[in-house]
Design a protein around this ligand. Structure first.
Ligand code: DQA
Length: 147
């Protein structure tokens, strides 16, 4: 049976493709969902893809993932830089976690250089555009031993 992987997206990523395209590109969140589903099926992974602008939704989904998912890919967006609560939720998840940022947060404003989530993440991918999600799935497949 395919391993279940949660791909969680934080605030404002619903505007992907429209919002600051010079930074985040022109692909929409639906495009990213399609990429993840396609890449996931090649890797033998079942993708559960979600986005919310609310911190508590992301936390609740991480709790849900404790029961149902082998690993998590998360783009926490601005909550990366602010949310100890999301870090605590991820610390209560036993499987591998890969953090993704579409842009290279280290090349941008100072306040983006620190991510609370990175203290938990098994890997961090930044600045690879939406392709970063596929790289993260590939890494999770190998960490979870998916054939
Ligand atoms: C982001 C980078 C964050 O700093 C920002 O708040 C986002 C998106 C990225 O994917 O590059 O909303 O996580």
């Amino acid at each position: 049976m395919a391993l279940s992987i949660y791909v969680l997206n934080g605030p404002n990523l619903n505007l992907l493709g429209l919002r600051e395209p010079e930074i985040y590109g022109r692909q929409t969140l639906d495009d990213v969902c399609g990429l993840c589903e396609e890449g996931g099926s090649e890797l033998g992974l079942n993708i559960v893809f979600r986005q919310s602008n609310a911190e508590h939704d992301l936390i609740d989904w991480v709790h849900e993932a404790r029961e149902t998912a082998a690993g998590i890919v998360i783009n926490p967006a601005a909550y990366s830089h602010t949310s100890v609560a999301l870090l605590d939720a991820l610390n209560a998840f036993d499987g591998p976690v890969i953090e993704v940022h579409i842009s290279n947060i280290h090349k941008r404003e100072n306040f983006r250089h620190h991510s609370y989530v990175s203290a938990r993440a098994d890997g961090v991918i930044a600045g690879c555009g939406v392709e970063g999600y596929l790289l993260a799935l590939r890494r999770l497949a190998s960490l979870c031993g998916s054939p």
